[in-house]
Write a protein of this length. Structure first.
Length: 131
């Protein structure tokens, strides 16, 4: 149950993260001399990682409801990819603002909590499948 609650709230926060990042990119493009190619690539990355997270939420939720440990492992692997994506937006994009850092810190916290509960759930599902 705690894993499903974390997924539920992270889904809403990810939507907030997506809209906030688009607004921040608009601000950065107006306030700073943003290289055109980098701007396009980073905005496309925001859309791609938003889609990745929506798929990750669906797989995590499905695996949790169906008690499938293989699906949980796959969702945890996708969480590692999402963690790396958020790290890019935390530290490696062209302009990193203070708000960028805080938006991504909260995403890190959600992914860590989901990871802990996801590993515990995968272990429990594996044990339950044996018996």
């Amino acid at each position: 149950m705690p894993f499903q609650v974390a997924i539920y709230f992270n889904r809403f926060y990810t939507m907030l993260w997506f809209v906030s990042n688009l607004a921040l990119f608009y601000y950065k493009s107006q306030a700073f001399p943003y290289p055109a190619f980098s701007f396009v690539v980073e905005v496309l990355m925001v859309f791609a990682f938003f889609g990745l997270d929506l798929v990750r939420f669906s797989i995590s939720s499905y695996a949790n409801r169906q008690l499938k440990w293989v699906g949980m492992i796959f969702a945890l692997i996708m969480s590692l990819g999402a963690f790396l994506a958020y790290f890019y937006f935390f530290a490696l994009q062209v302009y990193v603002l203070f708000l960028d850092r805080w938006l991504n810190i909260f995403q890190f916290m959600f992914i860590i909590v989901e990871g802990i509960f996801g590993v515990l759930a995968a272990i429990l599902f594996f044990i339950m499948e044996k018996y």
